[in-house]
Design a protein around this ligand. Structure first.
Ligand code: FES
Ligand SMILES: [Fe+2]
Length: 364
């Protein structure tokens, strides 16, 4: 606890904002559309520079973004067929990270053989990388988005940089009591916790929204975020962190109701100290019987979601700034779901070592 801070809740120790994101999971590092054929893309996981490559045959691979020779970023190189060529002295690498060509081979010297390659998969319009122990990649669950392929849903994708530790993002979404922050968009919506639970690697909460009146954004009305006082037919919002991902689903109370809205999100630390995150989101919105209506209202929904996110970003970045000013986590959390979530993030994350966050490194 930082000097001068209040007596923290037990789950605040060790400092959650110094707990590194566990690299032994599949993380999205880019939207597929940003990685063009025969091009590279510079990305990062927790300060580890990674280059994504899309080859001539449309295969995608990921290598550490530094040439074995003089650590020049490979992302500044050229894609040659199925390989990448460093832009400095033209060494070539294949998808496994092996050096295939050194154009000016000299005798009597044993050259390096390779750079690190990361397991890499493309799905849901995202490029996923496994930044941890590659031996664990195959056996580690890949995210499942059950409605992604369904023709019944329209997809909205997000990618944004946020100046905060990834844990703030999980807490922000899970604690629906923050709807007051969105009062200009949601009106006086009244969230009520119906139930919550936790298990191995997950925390989940169900909320119901009561309508307290007030003006709402048209997008909130369309997405049925705003509450209903009908006791027989109302929507339940389920928010779940299944480490390291988070989902939000809105579905009717009636048995067998399919979600009217489903969000999948991942918050990926980009800098070594994990004070910045790249947030990836996939929002699926159920098409109405007259599907063209959704197409018509789509710009309104996008404006609504962007506006909500802007308010959330303002809040979580302010929280991060407060953390920096204080030199520690002074949160005094009282909401049981958030307390359970903090415990989960602490248990699954990588605890600080010697007063610093741990981060993956391939440095020799
Ligand atoms: S730094 Fe890459 S070839 Fe020299
Ligand atoms: Fe929010």
């Amino acid at each position: 606890m930082a000097a001068g801070g209040p007596a923290n809740h037990g789950s605040n120790r060790p400092d959650l904002r110094r707990v590194a994101c566990n690299p032994d999971y599949w993380y999205p590092l880019a939207q597929s559309r940003k990685l063009k054929r025969n091009k590279t893309l510079e990305v990062a996981f927790a300060g580890e520079p990674i280059v994504l490559v899309r080859t001539d045959s449309n295969k995608v691979f990921a290598l550490e973004d530094r040439c074995a020779h003089r650590q020049f970023p490979l992302s500044k190189g050229l894609v040659c067929g199925e390989q990448i060529q460093c832009g400095y002295h033209a060494w070539r690498y294949d998808a496994t990270g092996a050096i295939t060509t050194i154009p000016y081979m000299v005798t009597g010297v044993r050259p390096p053989r390779h750079v690190r390659a990361y397991p890499c998969r493309e799905a849901y319009g995202l490029v996923f990388v496994f930044p941890g122990d590659p031996a664990l990649a195959e056996q580690t669950a890949f995210p499942e988005l059950p409605w992604f392929e369904s023709q019944d849903y329209k997809v909205m994708s997000f990618e944004r940089d946020i100046a905060c530790h990834y844990t703030f993002m999980h807490e922000n979404l899970m604690d629906m009591n923050h709807q007051f922050l969105h009062r200009r968009l949601m009106g006086r919506v009244k969230p009520r916790l119906l139930s919550h639970g936790k298990g191995d690697g997950w925390v989940e909460a169900q909320f119901r929204f009561g309508d307290g009146g007030g003006k709402k954004h048209r997008g909130a009305n369309w997405l049925t975020i705003g509450g209903s006082d009908d006791e027989t037919n109302f929507e339940i919002m389920t928010i779940r962190t299944e480490y390291p991902y988070q989902t939000l689903k809105i579905a009717g109370i009636k048995t067998g109701s399919v979600p009217s809205l489903a969000l999948w999100a991942a918050y990926v630390p980009t800098d070594r100290h994990e004070r910045r995150s790249r947030s990836f989101g996939i929002l699926l919105v159920k098409k109405p019987r007259m599907a063209f209506l959704l197409t018509l209202i789509w710009p309104v929904l996008r404006h609504f979601t962007e506006s909500v996110f802007a308010e959330d970003r303002m809040a979580v970045e302010a929280e991060q700034r407060a953390y920096e000013t204080q030199g520690g986590d002074w949160n005094q959390e009282i909401f049981p779901v958030t307390i359970e979530l903090r415990d989960l993030l602490l248990a699954r994350g990588i605890k600080p070592v010697d007063g610093d966050v741990r981060y993956t490194s391939t440095a020799p």
